[in-house]
Ligand binder design. Structure first.
Ligand code: AMP
Ligand code: MN
Ligand code: MN
Length: 314
């Protein structure tokens, strides 16, 4: 069984790298930090490698230990969390060069790229899967580990409100509450409070929002110039794509943000459009109701191409 292999590999490894996807969200950062704290508890030599992450997660236990780059030598073991494919791992060379690799994830489109893959698309957050994995390998889920896990669950479930949340999610969170995790504080920090610059970015994106196809599609965008003018930080765009999705009658929300290396597209849907299928057409991936991909075209062209595809799925 995969969990036995995972346990065996973790137990026998001396030095371990933990990695997650580029542009890490709360589930990525929370899962990676939960794994970091757990492996430290087991006395391992661990590097958590993340070139950048949103500052709102800096309060999570051991966030100060996050390294921007890994070491040159290969690791005994590399563990990727919340990552659906190899090319999306930030610092993928550390992953590929490791002697053994493990992937723990919840994306239905996961390509099973590691030596051992523990993937369950039915679970709403990778951090929730980690509870099962960590307990299996004999880690005690402490308040610190639980805080990281709750951050992942809250962000990936939209604050416990998405489909996919089950009684097990609440049972796990109830147990974490009993461990002393301050769920309401984590909720406020990772889900409710936004930076001033994020607010400014949201205002801009909202003003620009277009309603298409009788209000079934919304579209908005943010450029590098906008971000520079506002002085925004990593992660300030979080929540913009949901603004469109949450309007009555909307099925698909499209949000494009310019990054240094191209346009990053986020798609969200409400009831029936499988946006993961649409993202796959453009070389990306995700979940049925939340997906993303990157595009290297002029903005207008990217917009037109995406909208024409989305229309076909309405
Ligand atoms: P985002 O819109 O960036 O919040 O991403 C929504 C979902 O799609 C998340 O589950 C991501 O992991 C996934 N996703 C975003 N971009 C990509 C990509 N380029 N390739 C594969 N999956 C992606
Ligand atoms: Mn993620
Ligand atoms: Mn996730």
């Amino acid at each position: 069984m995969t969990l036995d292999n995972i346990k065996e590999e973790i137990m026998s490894a001396k030095n371990i790298a933990i990695l997650t996807h580029e542009s890490p969200d709360g589930d990525a950062v929370g899962s990676a930090l939960a794994m970091y704290n757990a492996l430290k508890q087991l006395g391992k030599d661990v590097d958590l490698i993340m070139p950048e992450y949103p500052s709102i997660f800096a309060f999570l236990p051991s966030a100060k230990e996050i390294k921007e780059t890994g070491k040159e030598d290969s690791y005994d073991l590399a563990i990727a969390v919340d990552c659906s494919d190899l090319k999306r791992i930030a610092g993928d060379t550390n992953f590929e060069n490791a002697n053994t690799t493990i992937s723990i994830d919840h994306h239905g489109v996961n390509t099973m790229f590691a030596d051992y893959n523990f993937v369950n698309p039915a679970i709403p957050a990778c951090a929730q899967i980690l509870i099962t994995v960590l307990e299996y390998i004999g880690v005690q889920i402490t308040k610190d580990i639980g805080t990281c896990i709750v951050a992942g669950i809250i962000t990936d479930t939209g604050g416990f409100k998405y489909q996919g949340v089950t009684s097990e999610t609440f049972e796990f969170v109830a147990r974490l509450l009993n461990e002393g995790v301050n769920v309401s504080d984590v909720y406020k920090r990772v889900f409710q409070t936004i930076t001033k610059t994020s607010f400014e970015l949201k205002k801009l994106a909202m003003n620009r929002m277009e309603f298409l196809e009788n209000g079934k599609i919304t579209y908005t965008y943010i450029t590098e110039e906008d971000k520079n003018n506002i002085g925004s930080q990593n992660g300030d765009h979080e929540g913009i794509v949901e603004l469109g999705r949450d309007v009555e009658g909307v099925e698909v929300s499209i949000f494009i943000r310019q990054e240094k290396d191209g346009y990053k597209v986020s798609l969200r849907s409400n009831n029936y459009v499988n946006v993961s299928d649409i993202a796959l057409l453009f070389g990306g991936g995700g979940h049925p109701r939340a997906s993303g991909f990157t595009m290297n075209l002029p903005l207008d062209e990217a917009k037109e191409r995406i909208i024409s595809k989305v229309k076909m799925y309405l």
